[in-house]
Ligand binder design. Structure first.
Ligand SMILES: [Mn+2]
Length: 266
């Protein structure tokens, strides 16, 4: 019925936490996703460029440049691009309300779906207590986590000398995971509360790298996930239906089916 096209056209696409400028960024998979997915409106829901890491050491391979170019080209071809900076690209927060070529920079946005729901779009770090009230603590947390293993070795030597039993790192790690689960829950609760406060029917956010789509708190909660680990995006179909797209494996080259051309001619 419709003309064969290499990419699927959606009403809206939401992407966040790409972390361009870091080694963890899955730029190749994202490029593949962008080749096959298009939308009338594309929301970049924060932490697209990782200013924190770039400040420490410059890392900018060709693929990261290609991601930027690909998004800008979509803008030139008619997609509306709305960029809501996050905490890792907070340097852009000085420019809220301005346009950079085809890109609009805003802090929050209320998006209306095709079926008439109003969704608050926001990165979400604004409700992350640790990041918001003590940024050094967030840095410290990262540092503590990576050095914990080394610390644990000498700590246990000292403990043994003092007659204390071995302190289990795995028990500590398990507690960390449990706290992480609690953290996701309270983050979701805070964000849905904010959506209610502004009179929206739900929220679309990112920041915690955990894709989700549910109504657990009596209001729609959507999280875009990330392009560092899970490689997820949210799409809105033309009828307003929303979906998590998982893109952890590159698409295969489209098979050249003779039927495709026959259909196009018909
Ligand atoms: Mn963030």
């Amino acid at each position: 019925m419709s003309a064969p096209s290499e990419s699927k056209m959606f009403r809206t696409m939401f992407l966040s936490d790409i972390h361009l400028g870091t080694r963890g960024c899955q730029a190749e998979l994202l490029l593949d996703f962008l080749r096959t997915h298009d939308a009338e409106t594309i929301f970049l829901v924060g932490d697209i460029i990782d200013g924190w890491r770039l400040k420490r050491s410059w890392y900018w391979p060709q693929a990261h440049n290609d991601v930027v170019q690909k998004i800008l080209r979509k803008g030139r071809k008619g997609s509306r691009i709305i960029y809501l900076p996050g905490n890792h690209d907070e340097f852009l927060r000085d420019y809220l309300g301005s346009h950079f070529g085809v890109v609009e920079l805003v802090d929050t946005f209320v998006h209306e779906t095709a079926d008439g729901r109003r969704l608050l779009v926001i990165h979400g770090d604004q409700f992350d207590v640790v990041v918001r009230h003590a940024k050094w603590l967030a840095f410290f947390g990262d540092w503590a986590y990576t050095t914990a293993l080394g610390v644990n070795t000498w700590l246990n030597i000292a403990r043994r000398k003092l007659g204390f039993p071995y302190w289990s790192l795995s028990a500590w790690a398990k507690l960390k995971v449990k706290n992480a689960v609690n953290f996701i829950g309270s983050f979701e609760q805070a964000l849905t509360q904010e959506a209610r406060r502004v009179g929206a029917d739900g929220v679309v956010c990112g920041h915690i790298h955990h894709a989700a789509l549910h109504d657990k708190f009596g209001i729609r909660y959507v999280n875009t996930g990330d392009w560092v680990e899970s490689c997820t995006a949210i799409v809105e179909h033309h009828d307003g239906r929303m979906e998590i797209v998982n893109w952890t494996r590159p698409s295969e080259a489209p098979a050249s089916e003779p039927t495709t051309e026959a259909r196009a001619a018909a």
